[in-house]
Design a protein around this ligand. Sequence first.
Ligand code: GTP
Ligand code: MG
Length: 299
Amino acid sequence: MFKSGFGAIIGRTNVGKSTLLNCLVREKVAITTNKPQTTRTAIRAIVNNENSQIIFIDTPGIHKPQNKLGETLNETAFQTLIEVDFILFLTEASSEKIGKGDSIILEKLKEAKKKVILVINKIDLIKKTDLLELIDNYKNAYPFEAVVPISATNGKGTKDLIKEIEKILPEGPAYYDKEEYTDQTMRQLVEETIREKVLKLLQDEVPHGIYVETEKMKKRETKEKEEIYDIESTIYCIRKSHKGIIIGKEGNMLKKIGTYARQDLEKMLGTKVNLQLWVKVKENWQDDESILKRFKLEQ
Ligand SMILES: Nc1nc2c(ncn2[C@@H]2O[C@H](COP(=O)(O)OP(=O)(O)OP(=O)(O)O)[C@@H](O)[C@H]2O)c(=O)[nH]1
Ligand SMILES: [Mg+2]
């Protein structure tokens, strides 16, 4: 019997949802950083097993919103729960108690009425005794199908997780070809790679106020008959002072962002990349519906 289905990965921001997604699919599909609110859209990744195909949907981390962008991200995450077969509720093993953010998510899970597996991440950081108490607290709060402690950075526990998912997965066909591993377009992967570098290289609200748009992406042959991608993208930020920080002294920061992004993109695309970056100010984009629609679920 072949099984298949869709599963949402939901949890507070920064608990390691995207790290888990990448670990399960063994590809870099979603960007990950140690900063909150990294993921902005629902990102699909497809995992093929001998007797099953599981489509995981990474979601933006649940957090206290500061603007319409934040509200949109939370909404996208919760709306994902409606359309899936099961839910992975990801939390981190940082304390033995259930925090406020996780309690809010538990309430949403009760409303969703789906099969839920509790996944406790970052077990590499804690003592086993603390973990047992945390598991007890969660088991008293919600009737989970299973509780699986994992470490998404080293892959520990993820085989058990797949086994538990296969138990609750409905019978069904493979929805995607075996070669496909994400629904992200090349353009989205390019923009996210650039955004990851800005998040990693810059501090505080500067990287959180940016979004990236790619104006040009075209493959050509060089004189030496080598394939090369010409990519032109713009980094939009919310203040003139941020623009200065992103460009840096004598353009050094932008050069660094470009170099790191290009190195990743060359690996991803398997060709040389000629990446040109611009920086522009768009003050209120975080509250602008015409831009926020890109972070909403497709209707
Ligand atoms: N020690 C440890 N760190 C982890 C583990 N999993 C993820 N991390 C780290 O946690 C941070 C956040 O990871 P992400 O995968 O970006 O978290 P996220 O839940 O997707 O965050 P948002 O997209 O903001 O909601 C990164 O610095 C990861 O390297 C783990 O198992 N152990
Ligand atoms: Mg993420």
